[in-house]
Ligand binder design. Sequence first.
Ligand SMILES: [Zn+2]
Length: 248
Amino acid sequence: MVLIPVECPSCQRIDVSRYGTQPNGEQRYRCNNTDCPRTIFLLHYHDKGRLPAVKQQIVDMTLNGSGVRDIGRVLGVSAATVIDVLKKKEPDLVPVNARLLRSLDPEQVEVIIRKVEDAEIDEMWSFVGKKRQQRWLWHAIDHHTGQVLAYVFGRREDKVFLQLQALLAPFGITRFHTDGWGAYRRHIDADQHTVGKQHMQKIERKHTTLRARIKRLARKTICFSKSIQLHDIVIGLFSNRFAFGRAV
Ligand SMILES: [Zn+2]
Protein backbone atom coordinates (compact mmCIF):
# COMPACT_ATOMS: atom_id res chain seq x y z
CA MET A 1 0.00 0.00 0.00
CA VAL A 2 1.25 3.47 -0.85
CA LEU A 3 0.04 6.58 0.95
CA ILE A 4 0.43 9.96 -0.73
CA PRO A 5 0.22 13.00 1.58
CA VAL A 6 -2.30 15.70 0.66
CA GLU A 7 -0.45 18.89 -0.29
CA CYS A 8 -1.84 22.41 -0.24
CA PRO A 9 -1.89 23.62 -3.88
CA SER A 10 -0.73 27.11 -2.82
CA CYS A 11 2.06 26.56 -0.28
CA GLN A 12 2.76 22.84 -0.99
CA ARG A 13 2.84 22.01 2.74
CA ILE A 14 1.27 18.83 4.07
CA ASP A 15 -0.09 20.37 7.29
CA VAL A 16 -3.62 19.86 6.05
CA SER A 17 -6.90 18.73 7.73
CA ARG A 18 -10.09 17.27 6.33
CA TYR A 19 -12.78 19.91 6.17
CA GLY A 20 -16.15 18.35 5.41
CA THR A 21 -17.38 17.49 1.95
CA GLN A 22 -18.81 19.24 -1.08
CA PRO A 23 -22.50 18.71 -1.93
CA ASN A 24 -21.35 16.06 -4.44
CA GLY A 25 -19.51 14.10 -1.74
CA GLU A 26 -16.00 15.23 -2.71
CA GLN A 27 -13.65 15.61 0.28
CA ARG A 28 -12.66 19.19 1.17
CA TYR A 29 -9.36 20.04 2.85
CA ARG A 30 -8.11 22.98 4.90
CA CYS A 31 -4.54 24.30 4.82
CA ASN A 32 -3.33 24.93 8.39
CA ASN A 33 -0.49 27.25 7.38
CA THR A 34 -1.66 30.65 8.65
CA ASP A 35 0.57 32.49 6.13
CA CYS A 36 -0.98 30.66 3.18
CA PRO A 37 -3.55 32.61 1.11
CA ARG A 38 -5.43 29.36 0.42
CA THR A 39 -7.72 28.08 3.17
CA ILE A 40 -10.05 25.45 1.70
CA PHE A 41 -9.22 23.30 -1.34
CA LEU A 42 -10.16 20.12 -3.18
CA LEU A 43 -7.78 17.49 -4.56
CA HIS A 44 -9.42 17.43 -7.98
CA TYR A 45 -11.31 20.33 -9.47
CA HIS A 46 -14.15 19.34 -11.76
CA ASP A 47 -14.66 23.00 -12.56
CA LYS A 48 -11.57 23.90 -14.56
CA GLY A 49 -12.47 27.57 -14.38
CA ARG A 50 -11.22 27.59 -10.78
CA LEU A 51 -7.66 26.68 -11.72
CA PRO A 52 -5.31 29.70 -11.74
CA ALA A 53 -3.65 28.49 -14.96
CA VAL A 54 -7.02 28.39 -16.75
CA LYS A 55 -7.90 31.86 -15.44
CA GLN A 56 -4.66 33.22 -16.90
CA GLN A 57 -5.42 31.53 -20.23
CA ILE A 58 -8.81 33.24 -20.29
CA VAL A 59 -7.10 36.64 -19.97
CA ASP A 60 -4.42 35.75 -22.55
CA MET A 61 -6.97 34.52 -25.08
CA THR A 62 -9.08 37.64 -24.58
CA LEU A 63 -5.99 39.74 -25.34
CA ASN A 64 -5.47 37.66 -28.49
CA GLY A 65 -8.89 38.61 -29.75
CA SER A 66 -10.82 35.47 -28.83
CA GLY A 67 -14.43 36.02 -27.86
CA VAL A 68 -16.13 34.71 -24.76
CA ARG A 69 -17.64 31.69 -26.52
CA ASP A 70 -14.40 30.78 -28.37
CA ILE A 71 -12.56 30.71 -25.08
CA GLY A 72 -15.23 28.61 -23.41
CA ARG A 73 -15.07 26.01 -26.17
CA VAL A 74 -11.28 25.83 -26.32
CA LEU A 75 -10.71 25.64 -22.56
CA GLY A 76 -13.73 23.50 -21.80
CA VAL A 77 -15.36 25.99 -19.42
CA SER A 78 -18.71 27.75 -19.64
CA ALA A 79 -19.16 31.22 -21.12
CA ALA A 80 -20.39 32.33 -17.69
CA THR A 81 -17.07 31.25 -16.17
CA VAL A 82 -15.13 33.21 -18.80
CA ILE A 83 -17.20 36.33 -18.07
CA ASP A 84 -16.77 35.83 -14.30
CA VAL A 85 -13.00 35.58 -14.58
CA LEU A 86 -12.80 38.70 -16.76
CA LYS A 87 -15.06 40.68 -14.44
CA LYS A 88 -12.80 39.87 -11.50
CA LYS A 89 -9.94 41.59 -13.33
CA GLU A 90 -11.63 44.97 -13.03
CA PRO A 91 -9.79 46.08 -9.84
CA ASP A 92 -6.45 45.54 -11.65
CA LEU A 93 -7.24 48.17 -14.26
CA VAL A 94 -5.78 51.66 -13.91
CA PRO A 95 -7.03 54.54 -16.08
CA VAL A 96 -3.86 56.62 -15.83
CA ASN A 97 -0.28 55.76 -16.76
CA ALA A 98 0.88 55.68 -13.14
CA ARG A 99 4.36 54.42 -14.01
CA LEU A 100 5.06 57.42 -16.23
CA LEU A 101 3.54 59.72 -13.64
CA ARG A 102 5.67 58.23 -10.85
CA SER A 103 8.79 58.93 -12.91
CA LEU A 104 8.07 62.65 -12.42
CA ASP A 105 10.95 63.48 -10.09
CA PRO A 106 10.44 67.00 -8.60
CA GLU A 107 14.15 67.78 -9.26
CA GLN A 108 13.85 67.02 -12.97
CA VAL A 109 10.27 68.04 -13.44
CA GLU A 110 11.11 70.62 -16.08
CA VAL A 111 12.77 68.03 -18.29
CA ILE A 112 9.97 65.53 -17.90
CA ILE A 113 7.24 68.05 -18.52
CA ARG A 114 8.90 68.92 -21.79
CA LYS A 115 8.54 65.24 -22.72
CA VAL A 116 4.76 65.35 -22.31
CA GLU A 117 4.35 68.89 -23.54
CA ASP A 118 1.87 68.02 -26.29
CA ALA A 119 -0.98 65.56 -25.94
CA GLU A 120 -3.31 64.13 -28.57
CA ILE A 121 -6.83 63.45 -27.33
CA ASP A 122 -9.45 61.52 -29.22
CA GLU A 123 -12.61 59.53 -28.69
CA MET A 124 -13.43 56.16 -30.19
CA TRP A 125 -16.82 54.61 -29.96
CA SER A 126 -18.50 51.25 -30.10
CA PHE A 127 -21.77 50.04 -28.68
CA VAL A 128 -23.09 47.45 -26.28
CA GLY A 129 -25.97 45.36 -27.60
CA LYS A 130 -27.67 48.12 -29.53
CA LYS A 131 -26.47 51.30 -31.16
CA ARG A 132 -28.18 53.48 -28.60
CA GLN A 133 -25.97 52.10 -25.84
CA GLN A 134 -22.85 53.82 -27.02
CA ARG A 135 -19.59 53.52 -25.16
CA TRP A 136 -16.82 55.98 -25.83
CA LEU A 137 -13.19 55.48 -25.07
CA TRP A 138 -11.64 58.86 -24.32
CA HIS A 139 -7.97 58.56 -24.63
CA ALA A 140 -4.90 60.85 -24.42
CA ILE A 141 -1.40 60.07 -25.66
CA ASP A 142 1.91 61.89 -25.65
CA HIS A 143 2.14 63.59 -29.06
CA HIS A 144 5.86 62.80 -29.45
CA THR A 145 6.32 59.31 -28.01
CA GLY A 146 2.82 57.94 -28.59
CA GLN A 147 2.74 56.72 -25.00
CA VAL A 148 -0.75 56.51 -23.49
CA LEU A 149 -1.24 58.98 -20.66
CA ALA A 150 -4.77 58.18 -19.52
CA TYR A 151 -8.15 56.92 -20.65
CA VAL A 152 -11.76 57.04 -19.48
CA PHE A 153 -14.85 55.13 -20.63
CA GLY A 154 -18.24 56.68 -20.84
CA ARG A 155 -20.76 58.44 -23.00
CA ARG A 156 -19.77 61.20 -25.38
CA GLU A 157 -20.48 63.84 -22.82
CA ASP A 158 -18.63 66.70 -21.25
CA LYS A 159 -18.45 65.13 -17.82
CA VAL A 160 -16.47 62.18 -19.19
CA PHE A 161 -14.01 64.55 -20.84
CA LEU A 162 -13.69 66.40 -17.52
CA GLN A 163 -12.69 63.12 -15.84
CA LEU A 164 -9.99 62.63 -18.46
CA GLN A 165 -8.84 66.21 -18.02
CA ALA A 166 -8.55 65.63 -14.25
CA LEU A 167 -6.40 62.51 -14.84
CA LEU A 168 -4.16 64.53 -17.17
CA ALA A 169 -3.72 67.48 -14.80
CA PRO A 170 -0.56 66.14 -13.04
CA PHE A 171 1.26 65.76 -16.38
CA GLY A 172 1.39 69.53 -16.85
CA ILE A 173 0.51 69.39 -20.55
CA THR A 174 0.66 72.72 -22.35
CA ARG A 175 -0.76 71.82 -25.77
CA PHE A 176 -3.72 69.63 -26.72
CA HIS A 177 -4.38 68.36 -30.25
CA THR A 178 -8.02 67.33 -30.83
CA ASP A 179 -10.60 66.95 -33.58
CA GLY A 180 -12.27 70.14 -32.31
CA TRP A 181 -15.39 68.48 -30.95
CA GLY A 182 -17.55 70.64 -28.64
CA ALA A 183 -16.40 69.23 -25.28
CA TYR A 184 -12.80 70.09 -26.15
CA ARG A 185 -13.67 73.62 -27.23
CA ARG A 186 -15.68 74.17 -24.09
CA HIS A 187 -13.08 72.91 -21.60
CA ILE A 188 -9.61 73.43 -23.06
CA ASP A 189 -8.10 76.94 -23.02
CA ALA A 190 -8.13 78.25 -26.56
CA ASP A 191 -4.43 79.22 -26.42
CA GLN A 192 -3.49 75.60 -25.53
CA HIS A 193 -5.75 73.96 -28.09
CA THR A 194 -4.88 72.94 -31.66
CA VAL A 195 -7.64 71.52 -33.82
CA GLY A 196 -6.80 69.33 -36.78
CA LYS A 197 -6.45 65.75 -37.88
CA GLN A 198 -2.90 66.32 -39.16
CA HIS A 199 -1.62 66.32 -35.56
CA MET A 200 -3.58 63.27 -34.50
CA GLN A 201 -2.08 60.52 -36.62
CA LYS A 202 -0.58 58.65 -33.69
CA ILE A 203 -3.79 58.39 -31.68
CA GLU A 204 -5.86 57.47 -34.73
CA ARG A 205 -3.32 54.73 -35.47
CA LYS A 206 -3.79 53.44 -31.88
CA HIS A 207 -7.53 53.31 -32.35
CA THR A 208 -7.13 51.35 -35.60
CA THR A 209 -4.92 48.87 -33.74
CA LEU A 210 -7.45 48.51 -30.95
CA ARG A 211 -10.20 47.82 -33.45
CA ALA A 212 -8.06 45.29 -35.27
CA ARG A 213 -7.15 43.44 -32.10
CA ILE A 214 -10.43 43.39 -30.21
CA LYS A 215 -13.08 41.42 -31.99
CA ARG A 216 -15.59 42.98 -29.63
CA LEU A 217 -14.94 46.34 -31.33
CA ALA A 218 -14.51 45.16 -34.90
CA ARG A 219 -17.54 42.98 -35.50
CA LYS A 220 -20.88 44.64 -35.43
CA THR A 221 -23.18 41.83 -34.42
CA ILE A 222 -22.53 38.55 -32.64
CA CYS A 223 -19.38 39.50 -30.80
CA PHE A 224 -20.76 42.54 -29.10
CA SER A 225 -21.12 42.23 -25.40
CA LYS A 226 -24.47 42.48 -23.71
CA SER A 227 -22.77 43.74 -20.61
CA ILE A 228 -21.35 47.24 -20.44
CA GLN A 229 -19.08 46.25 -17.58
CA LEU A 230 -17.56 43.34 -19.50
CA HIS A 231 -17.09 45.53 -22.58
CA ASP A 232 -15.19 48.12 -20.56
CA ILE A 233 -13.07 45.50 -18.82
CA VAL A 234 -11.99 43.90 -22.10
CA ILE A 235 -10.94 47.26 -23.55
CA GLY A 236 -9.34 48.15 -20.22
CA LEU A 237 -7.28 44.93 -20.25
CA PHE A 238 -5.97 45.92 -23.67
CA SER A 239 -5.22 49.47 -22.73
CA ASN A 240 -3.29 48.30 -19.70
CA ARG A 241 -1.25 45.66 -21.42
CA PHE A 242 -0.48 47.31 -24.73
CA ALA A 243 -0.59 50.94 -23.75
CA PHE A 244 0.82 50.97 -20.25
CA GLY A 245 3.06 47.94 -20.76
CA ARG A 246 1.74 46.30 -17.65
CA ALA A 247 1.00 42.58 -17.57
CA VAL A 248 -2.49 41.84 -16.33
ZN1 LIG B 1 -1.35 26.34 2.02
